[in-house]
Design a protein around this ligand. Structure first.
Ligand SMILES: C[S@@+](CC[C@H](N)C(=O)[O-])C[C@H]1O[C@@H](n2cnc3c(N)ncnc32)[C@H](O)[C@@H]1O
Length: 198
């Protein structure tokens, strides 16, 4: 079977006991602050969720409802053990059935740059279309245009750079939201679907 996890299935046994258990790992503070901006009961999608720790856990602790997607079978199995009852799909984000729904927020930490540039360019409009009016998108990728090998999988990673990411968000009908950097140096892009007029 083709591995669509961009190498993460192969290193899951190393990843899960490390980052996959880091409840206060890099980015947790940023995810917690973002989660706190949603009303309790808001519906969130976590793309490339891994084990669900820390991001899904933080969303649930903020009283939000979560749907999640990951392409690694081992990550999804671990997620299901960690969060029984939380809907998680074992599938590639680029083909996720959850894009048939609408969410108050979509978060994707540590995923975008693992995807080939053409897939990134196709994914951003899909994420935007899956936001409710007023819904918000947050994803990480480096600010600069850069290609490198992922530290864990050693497979290629690509950032399209801030100018192209912002352009893709705007072209998808979103306005640009607040950008930020976390304690680990990860950069966050953000988009907001305009609320419908009253
Ligand atoms: C660096 S980990 C980040 C996990 C989690 N978001 C976090 O911040 O802890 C990247 C995750 O993306 C998943 N992934 C990679 N390519 C994917 C794809 N095409 N579709 C869905 N998930 C994918 C991997 O299996 C892995 O769990």
């Amino acid at each position: 079977m083709i591995d669509e996890s961009n190498g993460y299935e192969g290193i899951a046994d190393i990843y899960i006991p490390g980052r996959g258990r880091a409840v206060n790992g890099v980015g947790a503070t940023t995810a917690r602050a973002w989660a706190a901006t949603f009303a309790p009961g808001a519906e969130l999608l976590d793309l490339g969720c891994g084990t669900g720790i820390p991001v899904t856990k933080i969303l649930l602790e903020a009283g939000l409802k979560v749907w999640a997607v990951d392409a690694s079978a081992k990550m999804v199995a671990d997620f299901r053990t960690n969060f029984p009852g939380v809907p998680v799909a074992w599938e590639a984000v680029e083909r996720s059935g959850f894009f048939g729904r609408q969410f108050d927020g979509i978060i994707s930490v540590g995923l975008m740059f693992l995807l080939a540039p053409a897939i990134q360019r196709a994914l951003i409009p899909k994420m935007a279309a899956a936001l409710k009016p007023g819904g918000r998108l947050l994803f990480t990728s480096p600010m600069q245009i850069v290609e490198w090998n992922d530290a864990m999988t050693e497979l290629p990673s690509w950032s399209l750079g801030a100018e192209e990411y912002r352009g893709l968000l705007l072209a998808s009908g979103l306005s640009l939201g607040e950008e930020m950097r976390d304690e680990g140096g990860n950069y966050y892009f953000s988009g907001v679907r305009p609320p419908t007029s009253p």
